[in-house]
Every structure is written in structure tokens, then in C-alpha cells.
Design a protein around this ligand. Structure first.
Ligand SMILES: CC(C)(COP(=O)(O)OP(=O)(O)OC[C@H]1O[C@@H](n2cnc3c(N)ncnc32)[C@H](O)[C@@H]1OP(=O)(O)O)[C@@H](O)C(=O)NCCC(=O)NCCS
Length: 158
């Protein structure tokens, strides 16, 4: 766990640029999320849908985020990331806990997500909260390298 407290709160306008920079940095890793460089940071910052977006902060610095895309069918689809230097310290756990609370408060019956099957850290985090594997999409994501990666679909009934 982080030694400094982790704060999770709904995203605000002033978070747009830090969120876009974090997204670009994680995309550079070419590992956990589907997006790959180049990321247009200014465009990303302008286009974030802040409703349903949470940020995790340590000492006032954005170190992670999670968004819930609420559908009109009662479920929400989530995506998230934590800055590389802050991983393994409970930031992801704090974000998922906040998302589950928010989803329940908004009357959602289910949260779903897609994750690359090699993403052990993310899968461990989701399983910890009770998400279960619901299926796989074969060769769903074409990478810049030309590789085709599967997606694992996971869900949590609330
Ligand atoms: C996935 C991610 C969000 C997890 O965030 P995090 O802040 O590191 O998560 P936490 O520190 O809360 O750890 C959550 C659990 O995962 C486990 N975990 C962490 N890293 C792990 C690893 N490499 N292998 C297996 N389990 C791991 C921890 O043991 C922890 O469980 P515990 O609290 O019972 O010990 C983060 O690794 C990340 O941003 N990765 C890149 C982007 C990404 O993959 N996003 C998700 C796309 S679906």
C-alpha cells in the first residue's frame, strides 16, 4: 500500500490534461491497454467524458483513473489505469471500490470490462472484487505490430 493516503474523487475539468498525459504514458507501454502511440494529448484532454470518471490522487498528483461508461441497459463498462510508478500500492483497488459504490448508487445491475488475457495484474485486481470471466473475443485487437490479441470479457453482478 502507498504510505501517503490515496484519495479517490470524481474527475474535474482541471484533471483533463494530467489524465491525457497518463493515458499517453500507459499507451507507450504497449501492453495493458488497447491504445498505442501516438496519442494526441490535447485532443484527448479536450474530449474526456468526465461523467463517471474517477481520479486517484496521492499528494495532489493524479496517479490513476477509472471510468464507467453507463449504458441505457443497466450495466456499465469500465476502463482504468494507474501510473507505472504507483502500481502495486493499492491505487487500483481504491479506484475499483469507488466505481462499485458509484455503480450501485446509480442503480446499475452489472459492471463489465475487457482485459488482455496476459494482464495478470488487472485480472487479479478484478477477481479480488468478484469479477468473473464471461468469455473471450479471439484476435479482437490488431496491434501496431500487426499482432492480433484476444480480449477476455469479465463481469460483476452488483
Ligand atoms: C491493472 C492496474 C490498474 C492495477 O492497478 P494497481 O494500482 O497496481 O492495483 P493494486 O495495487 O490495487 O493491486 C491489485 C491486486 O492485484 C494484485 N497484483 C498486482 N500486480 C500483480 C501482478 N503483476 N500479478 C498478479 N497480481 C498482481 C495485487 O496483489 C493486488 O491484490 P492484493 O491487494 O490482494 O495484494 C495497473 O497495473 C495498470 O494500470 N496497468 C496498466 C494499464 C492496464 O492494464 N489497465 C487495465 C486494462 S483492463
Amino acid at each position: 500500500m502507498a504510505t501517503e493516503p490515496i484519495q479517490v474523487r470524481p474527475a474535474e475539468d482541471s484533471d483533463r490534461r494530467p489524465l491525457a498525459l497518463l493515458f499517453a504514458a500507459v499507451a507507450e507501454e504497449r501492453d495493458g491497454i488497447a491504445a498505442e502511440p501516438p496519442i494526441d494529448v490535447e485532443k484527448r484532454a479536450a474530449n474526456w467524458q468526465l461523467d463517471g470518471m474517477f481520479v486517484a490522487l496521492v499528494a495532489g498528483e493524479v496517479v490513476g483513473d477509472l471510468w464507467v461508461e453507463q449504458t441505457s441497459f443497466g450495466y456499465g463498462e469500465i476502463g482504468m489505469m494507474v501510473a507505472a510508478e504507483w502500481r502495486g500500492r493499492g491505487v487500483g483497488t481504491a479506484l475499483v471500490a469507488a466505481a462499485i459504490d458509484w455503480a450501485r448508487m446509480h442503480g446499475l445491475h452489472k459492471l463489465t470490462l475487457s482485459v488482455f488475457p496476459h494482464n495478470d495484474a488487472a485480472i487479479a485486481l478484478y477477481r479480488k472484487f468478484g469479477f468473473v470471466e464471461e468469455g473471450r473475443r479471439s484476435k479482437q485487437i490488431r496491434r501496431a505490430s500487426g499482432e492480433l490479441w484476444d480480449l477476455m470479457e469479465m463481469g460483476l453482478l452488483l
